[in-house]
Design a protein around this ligand. Sequence first.
Ligand code: CUA
Length: 310
Amino acid sequence: MSFASSGALDPRGPAARAIADLWWLMVALGGATFLIFAVVLIGGLLRGSASAEDPSDERPSRLILFGGVALPTVVLIIVLAFTVRTMHTIPNAAPEGALQIEVVGHQWWWEIRYPQHGIVTANEIRLPVGRPVEFLLSSADVIHSFWIPELGGKLDLLPEDVNTLVLQSDTPGVYRSQCAEFCGLQHAKMRLLAIAEPEKSFSEWLARQRAPAATAGSPSADKGQQVFADVGCASCHTVRGTAADGTAGPDLTHLASRRTLAAATVPNTREHLEGWITDPHAIKEGVAMPATELDERQRRALIQYLQGLR
Ligand code: CUA
């Protein structure tokens, strides 16, 4: 899978930009300090080998005062001042009317809710470009951590509290995110896509997501919907507009509209969907979803049904 993202030093929003600026300042100051140190050290080595030590020479103690006290004090004061300034430029409360997105961490996937719009999805966040978004972060089990490097962050998702993070994307793009706190066996495969898009396509997406699931339509997909209920998928997954209302796993109402499966572990293709249903542990060992035994006809029907959930 290729994504247009390349990390915290490629900031795409105001919070990330402030943090990246601070990082560059620290690199510059650290680099300059190192250079001064290297010049003095090399000078001392050259001189030391050329002449014996003179007890009346006061240069060593002046050097210690400068390099050990004055220089670090000045550098640390500058870094402190800019850190405090950066902390103030990153908002900790969203402006009135901001878009709210609830993110709930699970082992090992992300539940994404848009409470103002009645939408529940998983492992993929859509957000409008140029508008602040208030992320309300929590966890259903252990501590996870939310971080979209290009947009800023990072902040823990706690089981018993809600943390708030305000982020904004200034340019459209697909940003890759990864749980940033070790949370068990498949921590590394707890990934997330954040897709920032222009307001117009964002509201079109909202409208599509608000709609109930597409009705099965063809006889085979009808059969697939029946299989979904019969083999137990419905006891863990919700498909809005049908009888399926499980909450243990991701909401599948618009599964086929997502780009990835298994928390951005594999692309959302027919082959991977099939592999995920028949043997999820081969893709993500230890995952809560059990392997589902299906005969050939059931499998084809179920896949057709799921791929119709656009
Ligand atoms: Cu969730 Cu690491």
